[in-house]
Design a protein around this ligand. Structure first.
Ligand SMILES: Cc1cc2nc3c(=O)[nH]c(=O)nc-3n(C[C@H](O)[C@H](O)[C@H](O)COP(=O)(O)OP(=O)(O)OC[C@H]3O[C@@H](n4cnc5c(N)ncnc54)[C@H](O)[C@@H]3O)c2cc1C
Length: 349
């Protein structure tokens, strides 16, 4: 009998499995490989300061050290490079933007993340009003990270590639699924959780995102640009731009309107010729209050969920997979803003 059966091997299922294994738990994963899963197409950027008002991301001070620890441990484990530290240049649109930047930058809570205003020395970038540099940013090559772990789980006979069939699930004191028996089951299905009959009380919304990859030999950009969308230099003259945001559309296909939106935005900030080499669409697993959801069913304390990572899976998952394991193994209480309790009439205590 396994200690934990995990459904889904996106970034949530992957890091949760890794943390459970590190705590000497036995784990088995069922995941249907999906090239367009959110994790398989995520740009992977961690930006600590977001939005026009330049507000710190949820819990970012606590999340970043755990990201460093978890992702650099994985790099050592597999002898591969997954993380790339790069500053983000926030391009200003107005004098008001600059005023917000200058006010925020002197707040002691923000000084680690924000530097002075600069003018980017690149003739291809429209930078009339300058840019504020956001520090402590990085991007994770999420598709490579997920694929590397997938191979590792398969080599160690810990993963079955198939669609999980709810008709085959029997929940009692233990979990029975076909010939697999486990003490607990944890659902990490990304946006597919909208089809999970056990957690249909959670107010999932979906947020479709599309991005493009283009090649330009002229641009020669070394840092990430941000002007309500991201231009990310990926090396070899390739750049990723995105992502769009469309609520409640679960068609994982690229659309001409999103392509136009992205290329129009791009043309406003760079002047260079380019060729589009890739277009992709995926669905972010989002909850109405934009917070993760963690916890078990009050009726079945061996049935758990780890989801709702929304637009921030890369920064949230390392911390919250450790956090969930502390709950599972040592009964650590789950803070209310991420707990399943916020959607339940009968609370899990
Ligand atoms: C265009 C785009 C850009 C993004 N950019 C960023 C970014 O820059 N930074 C950032 O932090 N986040 C970003 N995200 C968000 C990030 O991708 C998500 O937060 C994260 O990947 C969610 O991971 P997950 O493991 O919860 O879900 P998923 O990655 O969707 O993984 C779920 C897995 O479960 C499997 N599964 C589901 N149901 C079943 C079933 N019944 N049987 C078997 N398998 C099943 C799926 O096939 C999949 O493999 C982006 C997302 C999109 C779409």
């Amino acid at each position: 009998m396994y200690d934990f059966l995990i459904i889904g091997q996106g970034i949530a299922g992957t890091l949760l499995a890794e943390e459970l294994l590190a705590n000497q738990q036995s784990v088995f994963i069922i995941d249907k490989y999906h090239p367009n899963s959110s994790s398989n197409i995520a740009t992977g950027i961690v930006n600590p300061i977001t939005g026009r008002k330049l507000v710190k991301s949820f819990m970012i001070d606590e999340l970043l050290p755990i990201c460093d620890e978890v992702y650099s441990t994985a790099e050592k484990k597999f002898n591969k490079k997954f993380i790339f530290h790069q500053s983000i240049y926030k391009l200003f649109s107005s004098q008001e933007d600059i005023a917000i930047w200058n006010k925020r930058k002197i707040d002691p809570e923000y000084t680690a993340y924000m530097s002075d205003i600069v003018y980017i020395k690149n003739e291809q970038v429209n930078n009339r009003l300058g840019a504020g540099i956001i520090n402590n940013c990085f991007w994770l090559d999420v598709p490579l990270f997920i694929a590397t772990y997938r191979n590792y789980f398969i080599e160690n006979k810990l993963l079955l590639d198939e669609v999980f069939d709810f008709n085959e699930l029997k929940i009692d004191n233990t979990i029975q699924y076909k010939n697999i028996e486990a003490k607990h089951i944890i659902f990490c299905e990304g946006y597919k959780a909208i089809e999970n009959p056990l957690f249909n009380f959670i107010p999932f919304t979906t947020a479709k995102g599309e991005f493009l990859v283009f090649k330009s030999d002229e641009l020669k950009l070394e840092s990430i640009l941000n002007k309500n969308f991201i231009v990310l230099p990926k090396g070899n003259n390739l750049y990723s731009i995105g992502s769009t945001f469309v609520w409640n559309d679960i068609e994982e296909v690229v659309t001409p309107s999103s392509k136009k939106e992205l290329t129009d935005k791009l043309s406003k900030i760079v002047n260079c010729s380019y060729t589009i080499v890739e277009e992709k669409a995926g669905i972010r697993p989002t909850i109405k209050d934009r917070r993760p959801v963690i916890g078990c069913l009050p009726s079945h304390r061996n049935v758990h969920i780890f989801n709702g990572l929304g637009t921030k899976g890369v920064s949230l998952t390392p911390y919250f997979s450790k956090y969930l394991v502390q709950n599972l193994l040592h009964g650590q209480k789950i803070r209310n803003e991420v707990s399943i309790n916020r959607f339940l009439d009968t609370k899990v205590i």
